[in-house]
Design a protein around this ligand. Structure first.
Ligand SMILES: NC(=O)c1ccc[n+]([C@@H]2O[C@H](COP(=O)([O-])OP(=O)(O)OC[C@H]3O[C@@H](n4cnc5c(N)ncnc54)[C@H](O)[C@@H]3O)[C@@H](O)[C@H]2O)c1
Ligand SMILES: [Zn+2]
Length: 373
């Protein structure tokens, strides 16, 4: 046994999530102790450039690994890309004892997890998330998949990684927009589960990665705990849908005009404003809490401008979302900062009211700005 490492290990359903300054050293030990044939590292051009050297510096066990690189971006989550990699693995006579290390954001871990879950009916994979969204959300929980005909995550499998190793310093090369993208999920974790976490995020200096590392770990732990309580999404995992019902409608709406496409987290931030407002409207949340939540989100995320006539289209897009059964909307709303309630039925008219509220809110905020200027 070597020296003890500064790591915390938590369970996310069937797999561990390893956090702390020595997470990558722990990965090195795990690889040394796990019998395997070839190791492959899958990444995209950004993670290969910014993260691979650091990974290899901390994990000597991977120095002989073969690398596989895909183009960055959501387009890589495509069955044709899987097919290329399956062929490549087969051409290299890769056997079932191989290990695939996924080094990247949610795109790489979703894609790599799916490839690992299907090649020869499943080989082992390890996730090393490098984006904030990956660290606090996408890499944890064993959901994998690719997109089909423009629809997200249409084809996939549950495939638990051997482990998820979270090394927060990778975030130093991540752009600000991608940082805010992941931050929206962290804010959500605080709102549905942990008031102190939400407060701490509000006070954090986001550019200081060393300072936010403990908050990243706290969020990863919340995601892991929720997954453990409900590994196959039967109930309590719906807590994590807060902000996502309206958020998905707004996200899909933004794709219809290429000049204003939102990232997932940016749409979820708007969804959280609308859904916190609905929580207040239904007398579940105090007005003061709603006001604080809206103020925080409006300060961090750019406004999404649309006309009243477009509310209807967003509701229509929400109806197509696979999570809304029989055209009825079941929301996860909040009952306070740090607590939530799942399966609250909401009508289309109430959703439109919430969108209209957001529309007027950002219009008034813009007016106040120009009055002050
Ligand atoms: N499986 C799940 O449970 C789950 C949950 C949430 C999201 N997702 C999926 O995650 C994906 C989005 O994840 P994402 O936002 O991480 O996207 P991403 O993987 O595309 O990463 C965003 C961008 O950041 C770059 N990048 C990543 N790490 C970097 C680093 N350390 N330094 C510099 N650049 C870096 C990437 O190359 C990419 O350009 C979506 O496809 C979504 O469906 C999956
Ligand atoms: Zn999300």
């Amino acid at each position: 046994m070597g020296a003890s490492l500064a790591v915390t290990e938590i369970k996310a359903g069937e797999h561990p999530v390893v956090l702390g300054p020595d997470a990558l050293r722990m990965l090195d030990r795990v690889l040394a102790d796990t019998e395997h044939s070839t190791a492959f590292i899958l990444g995209d051009e950004n993670t290969m450039r910014h993260c691979l050297p650091e990974l290899l510096a901390h994990v000597p066990q991977l120095r002989m690994a073969k690398t596989l690189s895909v183009h960055s971006g959501e387009k890589a989550k495509d069955i044709a890309v899987c097919s290329d990699i399956w062929r490549h693995l087969a051409a290299e006579a890769t056997d079932r004892q191989a290990i695939l290390v996924c080094l990247g954001g949610g795109v790489v871990t979703d894609l790599g997890g799916f490839i690992a879950g299907t090649y020869k009916r499943g080989i082992r994979c390890i996730h090393v998330p490098t984006s904030l969204l990956g660290m606090v959300d996408a890499a944890i929980g064993g959901k994998t998949g690719v997109d089909l005909m423009g629809l997200k995550n249409m084809v996939g499998v549950f495939h638990d990684p051997l482990g998820v190793f979270v090394h927060a310093p990778f975030l130093k090369s991540l752009g600000k927009r991608d940082l805010l993208n992941g931050l929206a999920e962290m804010i959500k974790h605080g709102l549905v589960r942990d008031a102190a976490h939400w407060e701490a995020i509000g006070e954090a200096a986001l550019h200081d990665i060393d300072a936010i590392a403990p908050l990243v770990e706290r969020s990863a732990a919340i995601k892991a705990a929720v997954v453990s309580e409900d590994p196959r999404e039967a109930g309590i995992r719906k807590l994590l849908n807060f902000g996502h019902t309206i958020g998905h409608g707004v996200e899909a709406h933004s794709w219809e005009s290429p000049q204003r496409v939102l990232l997932h987290g940016e749409a979820v931030a708007i969804g959280m404003i609308c859904e916190a407002w609905l929580s207040w409207r239904l007398a579940m949340l105090e007005r003061e809490s709603y006001d604080r939540i809206a103020a925080q989100l409006l300060q961090l995320y750019k406004p999404y401008v649309f006309d009243s006539a477009e509310n209807h289209r967003m509701v229509e897009l929400m109806r197509n979302d696979k999570k809304n059964e029989n055209g009825r909307f079941r929301f996860t709303l909040i009952t306070g900062i740090g607590s939530a309630k799942v399966d609250v039925e909401i009508t289309a008219a109430q959703v439109q009211e919430a969108l209209e509220h957001y529309r007027l809110l950002i219009r008034d905020a813009a007016r106040t700005h120009s009055d002050q200027a």
